[in-house]
Design a protein around this ligand. Structure first.
Ligand code: NDP
Length: 444
């Protein structure tokens, strides 16, 4: 049995209750075959793949807090410090009832390659909790965040591990987490990114993942000789990534026809009204039914359905495994040109393969949504310098980073004789730097 196959077999056997982690490792290792096979003796001797798929550290802790009725609630907190070969661990915190160790491991594993691809010195990590901020009062969210950080603060720091937001962790949660860290550690330092502008945040961080997704999509279309202006797009999700993807799409002359949340979706034939969407989701924290009520051109549907609408560009921006093989068939039937993942692993392996087999340009999340973490790294730099850059400066750097990522993965795909296979290109380009750093640092 070859080296890649034996490691895949071991990961599957050792992590039976972690399907998302097994899926992510499979997707990455399968596409690394050309580079692993070219260096098999060296990597095998160093057990490089075994070290790559085993997190450096996993922290799991109890998070007790008191709800508005005086009842004590108990959640579980996680931080997985996956790979610190090229820099301090960096990756978001997710608060969602579906969170478990396997989900955090899959995200931390992916994060390692994504962070490497940005070209910035950041290692891979991820964390979170099964706490659901939805429907909780601000006081309950604060009580939870304070209890979570009371434990987490023992393991993080500006030069060791710098968390950020993810699903369920936005400006409000980051504020409470930062406040508690500062209080316990008596240190005003850049330990979290995604902070508010009044206390060390970076301009354009909020917009970065969505904007970056569109910069990469535009560059990919350019590489394929296609102009983005005048195209139509279908988008899933209506959170941070989806909102700013839609906003930048509008700036670039793309009409976005859909958005969604976990209960339903909107079809707006006139194009999503971004100001109204922000009002509903960011200000009122309401459901998408409120959007439809305020907008005559919009229709609200219960359940799933975004991928059945005909458009040139598809941007899954909600969560993992939200675009299945049936959806991929529908997209191909409707003549989609490009699918770029705003979310982490939203497309199943089967659906990804189908899209690529049918000549759809496919941009994997670890490249397409890397603008968020890249701008987080820019926030770390500003915190270290004790300076704030202008929106235009940060946005310009973000554009340069996304264009570089696009060209890097394109080049790697061509080098390994799979031109246009951006999954392989992104994985190999991300892997090479991490593997090199791991080899130089000895057996740690
Ligand atoms: P938000 O919490 O802001 O928004 C998530 C959106 O997805 C909401 O519309 C939510 O609907 C929907 N959603 C969440 N879970 C499900 C589900 N199980 N089924 C259907 N819809 C769901 O998160 P973000 O926008 O920050 O993150 C979205 C994705 O992007 C995630 O995969 C995240 O890991 C990834 N990502 C985020 C980055 C960032 O900077 N924020 C950076 C890189 C990747 P509802 O409100 O009903 O729950």
């Amino acid at each position: 049995m070859g080296y890649v196959d034996s490691v895949l077999e071991e990961v599957t056997a050792k992590n039976p209750s972690e399907p998302e982690f097994i899926q992510a490792v499979n997707e990455v290792l399968e596409s690394l075959r050309p580079v692993i096979e070219a260096n098999e003796t060296k990597y095998k001797k160093e057990a490089l793949l075994e070290r790559l798929v085993n997190p450096e550290r996993q922290i799991k802790f109890r998070v007790p807090w008191v709800d508005d009725n005086g009842q004590v609630q108990v959640n579980t907190g996680y931080r997985v410090q996956f790979n610190g070969a090229i820099g301090p661990y960096k990756g978001g915190l997710r608060f969602h009832p579906s969170v478990n160790l396997g989900i955090i491991k899959f995200l931390g594993f992916e994060q390692t390659f994504k962070n490497s691809l940005t070209g910035l010195p950041i290692g891979g990590g991820k964390g979170g909790s099964d706490f659901d901020p939805k429907g909780k009062s601000d006081r309950e969210v604060m009580a939870f965040c304070q209890s979570f950080m009371t434990e987490l603060c023992k393991y993080i720091g500006p030069d060791t591990d710098v968390p950020a937001g993810d699903i369920g962790v936005g400006a409000r949660e980051i504020g409470y987490l930062f406040g508690q860290y500062k209080r316990i550690r008596s240190a005003y330092e850049g330990v979290l990114t995604g902070k508010g502008l009044s206390y060390g945040g970076s301009l354009a961080r909020k917009e970065a993942t969505g904007y970056g997704l569109l910069y990469l999509t535009q560059e990919l279309l350019n590489l394929n000789g296609i102009e983005i202006e005048g195209k139509t797009a279908i988008v899933s999700g209506s959170g941070n990534v989806a909102i700013y993807a839609i906003e930048k799409a509008c700036h670039l002359g793309v009409k976005c026809l859909t958005c969604s949340d976990s209960t339903g979706w909107i079809y707006d034939e006139e194009g999503i009204d971004i100001e109204l969407l922000k009002e509903v989701k960011e200000v009122k924290r309401a459901r998408l039914t409120e959007y439809a009520k305020a907008r005559p051109s919009a229709v609200y549907h219960e359940g799933r359905g975004v991928w059945g609408i005909k458009a040139d560009i598809a941007l899954p921006c909600a969560t993992q495994n939200e675009l299945f093989i049936e959806d991929a068939k529908e997209l191909v039937k409707n003549g989609v040109t490009v699918v770029a993942e705003g979310a982490n692993m939203p497309t199943t392996i089967e659906a990804t393969k189908y899209l690529m087999d049918h000549q759809v340009i496919f941009a994997p999340g670890k490249a397409a949504n890397a603008g968020g973490v890249a701008t987080s790294a820019l926030e770390m730099t500003q915190n270290s310098e004790r300076l704030s850059w202008t929106f235009e400066e940060v946005d310009q750097k973000l554009q340069t980073i996304m264009i570089n990522i696009t060209r890097t993965m394109d080049k790697a795909a061509k080098k390994y004789k799979h031109p246009g296979n951006y999954v392989l290109g992104a994985n190999i380009a991300g892997f090479e730097k991490v593997a090199d750093a791991m080899s130089f640092q000895g057996i740690v």
